[in-house]
Design a protein around this ligand. Sequence first.
Ligand SMILES: Nc1ncnc2c1ncn2[C@@H]1O[C@H](COP(=O)(O)OP(=O)(O)OP(=O)(O)O)[C@@H](O)[C@H]1O
Length: 257
Amino acid sequence: MNQQHKSETVYEVKGLNLWYGDDQALKDINLKIGKNEVTAIIGPSGCGKSTFIKTLNRMIENIPIVRTSGEILYHGDNIFDKTVRVEELRTKVGMVFQKPNPFPKSIFENVVYGPKIHGIKDKALLMEIAETSLKSAALWDEVKDRLNDNAYGLSGGQQQRLCIARALAVQPDVILMDEPTSALDPIATAKIEELIDTLKEEYTIAIVTHSMQQAGRISDKTAFFLMGELIEFDRTEVLFSNPRDKRTEDYITGRFG
Ligand SMILES: Nc1ncnc2c1ncn2[C@@H]1O[C@H](COP(=O)(O)OP(=O)(O)OP(=O)(O)O)[C@@H](O)[C@H]1O
């Protein structure tokens, strides 16, 4: 991958504000997310991490009292423009949640759920999509002999990788992850972290994490949020070794949070 490709901007957030009713949860957020980068969003509970990440594919608008101002340019186009089709945006920008949330269906049906909704009926093609997606999510070897088994029979870590496979099956460009390992044990967590490292070769990833160690291990850039504000945003090694803001320093050294 050449340098030019790497530095391409996927998201440019400009002056983003967000309110839940009268309560402002995001205040004048400005940041850029580069292609094939992993961006970690850190900060204490309630600082707006989940709100921010869910704004990137407009999932936040499922909450009716939400109001936003400012712009989020996705490949140069403002996602809040009237012309933007939200379903299309959410296909391009997939999401994985804190608790694995497979459907009560077979492993196979979970993965091909999105492609089927998009009208793909051909059995062979669906099988191919399932195999490719499960391989990309590093789950294929563990499930290839039981694709018709219910997804609930998988371990938590496997279920989370299944949810990643389900997100990959519709060929996204960006994957948003909201604390994807916080419900998992250390071994399952390590597998997901390893997977994130592989996935970034093809996808752009933004991940909310409570764990600064995790942010340090897997991300290229880190954004530190505090009470709805983006306090500092920098290359991860810089933010952790040489923070510019006292509040960042206090947080990463464990003085609060
Ligand atoms: N549905 C909602 N309605 C009203 N206020 C909300 C809603 N969701 C979140 N908030 C408020 O917005 C602020 C930011 O919440 P958010 O969940 O984004 O924080 P967070 O940093 O992800 O927290 P955590 O680490 O605990 O998950 C908080 O003050 C929260 O109470």
